[in-house]
Every structure is written in structure tokens, then in C-alpha cells.
Design a protein. Structure first.
Length: 279
């Protein structure tokens, strides 16, 4: 289906709010039918992997097939290890779907809603909204991935500037994006995202899981996702990623101009119909 932004968004008002704190949350960001379609895809049609941190905080993944085959005892042992390490080091555990990696590998095709989601989040309307909000007209793409936090899942304090894999292009992270697709969440269930002014804070600014919401914040920014309580009745669904600058991409569909020396040549471009996803 064709995913769409809420046509009633007031980008100038949102931008004014963002300007003062370099962070903003927008509710009802998508047209309702688009939000519902994404929610149904995440809830019913996503082959989740498990993402967690190892003994040296290195990223570890369990494929969907291996995750399905793991016993309850094996999962408990893995989770317990992450929890113990989390007392003294950067640790995390949650379910994960790496859209960009699997699109690049050809395992998510154009017939998939997950492909539609990644394409929409790199489309001219979405990137233009991001540019309008942040005031940064060099943004050219977003690298989306889906998250599902279930009971015992969490992510410790971090600033989104860690490099967990070798970059495959020359893009630079500028802003983090979190789209929420969690309905009827109770604050008693945890899973809040809190922002901190420093590494040993006495206060925080907190936002709770929501449905059809968008948070954009400039990075680095110290934040964390608190543990989902064991009694939580459901999971916390999000699509997250980083808005990026990339000198190798020119968005003619957003009115960007070719460098003077490249006019008339085949300089890299990203038309709305074939946006090169972040890698």
C-alpha cells in the first residue's frame, strides 16, 4: 500500500519546538491507515531476530530460525548473562529486524510491506519533513530497522554514536528517529525512553511508548530504554534509525542541485522511486 504522512502536520510549529531542545515528539505523524498497516506488519508479519550485547559489549545476533529453535532455558541463560553484565557495562537485548541489511541481501523484496516501509522512510515527503524540522537540508536518507522489546528487554545508557559495524558508505549520522507503534501502553510496564544531561544525572526527560508517534533528536544524546517489566501484557514496537548526510547522494527530487562541475554528467542521485537506502 501507499504509506502517507498525516497531511495536517504543521512542520513550522514542530521545527520551532525542535530548535530549542534539539528533540521533538510528534503524535499522529502518519495517516491513520498507514500507521495501522505498519503495526499489523510488525505484529504479524515480521521474522524477528534477537539482538543483544556480548561480554565486551560487542553486538550479537540470533537469526530468526535459530531463535525459533532455542529452548526456554537457553533464552533464559542468554538473557540472565546480559542482565548481569548490564550492572557494570553497556548492555542491551531486544528483538530486531534489520530492514536495510535484508533488503540489500535480497531477502526482503519489493512485494513486502517491510520494503514499502523502508522506501517510504526514504521518500521525498519524509526526508523533506525531517529537513524542515531539523533545519538541515543536507539530510538525504534514513536507515530504518524494526525493534520489539518484550519482558526483560532493555537498552542501557548510550549516545547513538557507537560504531557497531563497518560503514559501507561515507554517510554520517546526524539525528536519531524513533517511530512508535505501541497501542494502549501502561507506564507500569516500563519501556520508557529517557534522556539525560550527563553520565551521572539526578533528573531525566522521559517519553513513554505510543502509537503513530515520531521522535527526532540530534545526536550524540545520552538516553536509554528502561527494562520491560516481567508482567507487561504486550511488547513495545518501534521503527528506529538515523537520518544521515551523504556526499555521494544528491536528492534531485528534493530540489538539490548538482555540483556545477557535475552538471550534465551522471552524478549520483536518489529519485523518490529508487532511493538508495543507508548502509
Amino acid at each position: 500500500m501507499s504509506l502517507q504522512l498525516n497531511p495536517n502536520l504543521d512542520a513550522s510549529t514542530i521545527a520551532a519546538s525542535f530548535k530549542s531542545t534539539k528533540r521533538v515528539r510528534i503524535d499522529n505523524v502518519l495517516e491513520p491507515g498507514s500507521a495501522e498497516a505498519i503495526f499489523e506488519c510488525l505484529r504479524n508479519y515480521t521474522a524477528w531476530e534477537l539482538c543483544y550485547s556480548g561480554e565486551n559489549s560487542e553486538p550479537m545476533r540470533v537469526s530468526h530460525q535459530n531463535l525459533v529453535e532455542m529452548s526456554v532455558d537457553e533464552l533464559t541463560t542468554l538473557s540472565t548473562g546480559v542482565h548481569k553484565r548490564g550492572a557494570v557495562s553497556y548492555q542491551y537485548i531486544y528483538k530486531f529486524f534489520p530492514m536495510v541489511d535484508l533488503i540489500t541481501a535480497g531477502r526482503v523484496t519489493k512485494s513486502s510491506m517491510l520494503f514499502d516501509i523502508a522506501t517510504f522512510l526514504n521518500s521525498a515527503p519524509f526526508i523533506k519533513l525531517a529537513r524542515d524540522i531539523t533545519g538541515n537540508d543536507k539530510l538525504v536518507k534514513l536507515d530504518p530497522h524494526a525493534h520489539l522489546y518484550e519482558p526483560s528487554h532493555f537498552k542501557n545508557l548510550h549516545d547513538d554514536m557507537r560504531v557497531d559495524k563497518s560503514a559501507r558508505d561515507r554517510s554520517v549520522r546526524r539525528y536519531a528517529v524513533v517511530l512508535g507503534f505501541t497501542k494502549n501502553w501502561s507506564v507500569n510496564w516500563g519501556g520508557d525512553m529517557s534522556f539525560y544531561p550527563g553520565p551521572n544525572p539526578i533528573s531525566a526527560e522521559t517519553s513513554y511508548p505510543g502509537f503513530n508517534s515520531l521522535e527526532i533528536f540530534e545526536i550524540p544524546a545520552l538516553h536509554r530504554v528502561s527494562m520491560i517489566m516481567p508482567f507487561a501484557a504486550k511488547g513495545r514496537y518501534t521503527i528506529a534509525g538515523w537520518l544521515r548526510e551523504d556526499s555521494d547522494i544528491i536528492r534531485l527530487d528534493l530540489g538539490d542541485q548538482l555540483p556545477q562541475q557535475a552538471q550534465g554528467s551522471s552524478a549520483p542521485n536518489a529519485p523518490a522511486s529508487d532511493v538508495p537506502l543507508a548502509k
